[in-house]
Write a protein of this length. Structure first.
Length: 210
């Protein structure tokens, strides 16, 4: 348990949903863990055996200050260093769109973990469609706040795109949830077009088949 972190256990809505998908006492790897807020919460509230990987030195420093076990690493390259089935859960929160090789990273996550939790901004949301239609320019929203020339995002996708990818990879979609800008949550029963239209963020619990 990271004794150095005395912050409130309150998380933003999407991170709380991710946390709720994790079983207590699990072995967890948080990929692109940022400042370690989610990993710290899971360590404190769910007593997980947690590890993290973060590309930025600033993020690694923040995690270490929280007392977390985090290494500096690139998800596109360094997940191959982990052995099979090393974790119960591998988390990728709000980082799918910045990866160079998202397909390969998903496969690696489900090689080293029994399950994976992935969240990402949904480029199929109606606000984004409306901005494109109305303004004819790349949208800027609460979920996608940077202008096109100053964004780390290189692989935007929609909820339908992600579902299609999981099916192509023969990955089981165990649970799906969407979140809007106000934090309202909707369970995705069929991962269909309405979820793609109304969800600003998609959050999915994945597992290997067979």
């Amino acid at each position: 348990m990271p004794a150095a972190d005395t912050a409130s256990p309150t998380l933003r809505p999407d991170l709380q949903i991710v946390a709720d998908m994790i079983e207590p006492g699990s072995r967890v790897l948080d990929v692109a863990c940022g400042d370690g807020m989610l990993l710290s919460y899971l360590s404190r509230e769910k007593r997980i055996d947690g590890r993290g990987m973060e590309l930025s030195q600033t993020g690694v420093n923040a995690c270490v200050a929280r007392g977390l076990s985090v290494i500096q690493g690139d998800a596109d390259r360094d997940l191959t260093d982990y052995p099979d089935n090393a974790f119960d859960y591998v988390i990728l929160s709000q980082s799918l769109q910045v990866l160079r090789y998202p397909r390969e990273v998903l496969l690696e996550m489900l090689r080293i973990g029994r399950k994976a939790v992935v969240s990402f901004p949904n480029f199929g949301h109606w606000r984004i469609r409306w901005q494109l239609l109305k303004n004819g320019r790349m949208p800027v929203t609460l979920a996608i706040p940077q202008v096109w020339y100053d964004t780390p995002n290189i692989h935007f996708c929609t909820i339908l795109d992600f579902v299609d990818l999981c099916r192509d990879l023969n990955v089981a979609l165990e649970r799906g949830i969407t979140v809007d800008h106000a934090g309202r949550v909707t369970a995705v029963a069929r991962f269909g077009r309405l979820a793609n239209l109304w969800g600003e963020q998609g959050i999915f619990l994945l597992a290997r088949k067979g």
